[in-house]
Design a protein around this ligand. Structure first.
Ligand code: PBG
Length: 323
């Protein structure tokens, strides 16, 4: 009978030793919690495809921000949904727009909570695309000027960090230049550097009412089949001066997170997107999986793959479970 010489099970025998040799420890400090803000008062619209997530008016955003902070989650990322959308996404560039007022509200209520803004146009345009449309496609360079205006309004409102998500070529450089010109050279950029044209954004587009009204985003977001291209995208953002590089989505792209972690020295963020959240929620609601076990396993795996920061709709639940 063969007797194994080395026995890995020795280090799995009980809880104590398992915890002593554990390589990846998830903490609430790893999380960034996404929030959706709308006009009005007393509004807390449940997002049907994302149970437990809501579109919040500013008064409810105050309560939410306090709760998030008390759970030990260091940061939120805000998405604004304006009352009126137009071709140029004008609310996105208005010092008095929904997201600008949301930033002010949070910074006044819980100044210690780190506020990141999503910098994009799809929530603000009537066509639902991430920039200026010319001949049926997003005009890259015209959009860069719009992004430069948009970030200035976010930072003037008090945003601690900006996160451009539109996958325009040169967006990081354009934003860095705009911020520096205004004297905001200390405001960091977290770029959605490798963002894929993913089916996993479905529930988010309900939440942000941002589905494209024609076509799709494949002329700016990446082909899920590509990996080398992700490294090129990240390298460009690094050259242009990004501070944190994001890979999105997370679970189907753990290989990309791992490669980016290996090849670059900047902090890596991963966006555990709406569809990843909703799949787990739905299966849990049907009683098919153990939600807590699966959600924590998913988040741990994203961290193990190399993410320093995880944007996740599970942030509050996970902070409670880890607490
Ligand atoms: C674009 C943006 C999207 C998400 C974050 N920023 C949607 C898109 O590209 O269509 C998706 C996040 C998620 O699915 O949770 N502003």
């Amino acid at each position: 009978m063969y007797e194994p010489y080395y026995r890995p099970r020795r280090l799995r025998r009980n809880k104590k030793i398992r915890s002593m040799v554990r390589e990846t420890i998830l903490t609430p400090n790893d999380f960034i919690y996404p929030l959706f803000v709308v006009e009005g008062r007393g509004i807390k619209n449940p997002i049907k495809s994302m149970p437990g997530n809501f579109q919040l008016s500013l008064d409810n955003l105050e309560k939410e921000a306090k709760e998030v902070y008390e759970l030990g989650i260091p940061a939120i990322i805000l998405f604004g949904i304006p009352a009126v959308k137009d071709a140029g996404g004008s609310d996105a560039r208005n010092d008095d727009g929904i997201i600008q007022r949301a930033v002010k509200t949070v910074k006044e209520t819980v100044p210690e909570l780190y506020v990141i803004t999503d910098v994009c146009f799809c929530e603000y345009t009537d066509h639902g695309h991430c920039g200026h449309i010319e001949n049926g496609d997003v005009d890259n360079d015209a959009t860069l000027g719009m992004l430069a205006e948009q970030v200035k309004t976010h930072v003037r409102a008090g945003a601690d960090m900006v996160a451009p998500s539109g996958m325009m070529d040169g967006m990081v450089g354009a934003i860095r230049e705009a911020l520096d010109e205004e004297g905001y050279e200390n405001v960091p950029i977290m770029s959605y550097a490798a963002k894929y044209a993913s089916g996993f954004y479905g529930p988010f587009r309900d939440a942000a009412e941002s589905a494209p009204q024609f076509g799709d985003r494949r002329s700016y977001q990446m082909d899920p089949a590509n990996s080398r291209e992700a490294l090129k995208e990240v390298a460009l953002d690094v050259e242009e001066g990004t501070d944190i590089i994001m890979v999105k989505p997370a679970l189907p792209y753990l290989d990309i997170i791992a490669k980016v972690r290996e090849q670059f020295d900047l902090p890596v963020a991963a966006y555990n997107v709406s569809g990843e959240f909703s799949m787990v929620k739905a299966a849990a609601q049907l009683g098919w999986i153990d939600e807590r076990k699966v959600a924590l396993e998913m988040l741990t795996s994203i961290k193990r793959a190399g993410a320093d920061l995880i944007l996740t709709y599970y942030a509050k639940d996970a902070a409670r479970w880890l607490g």
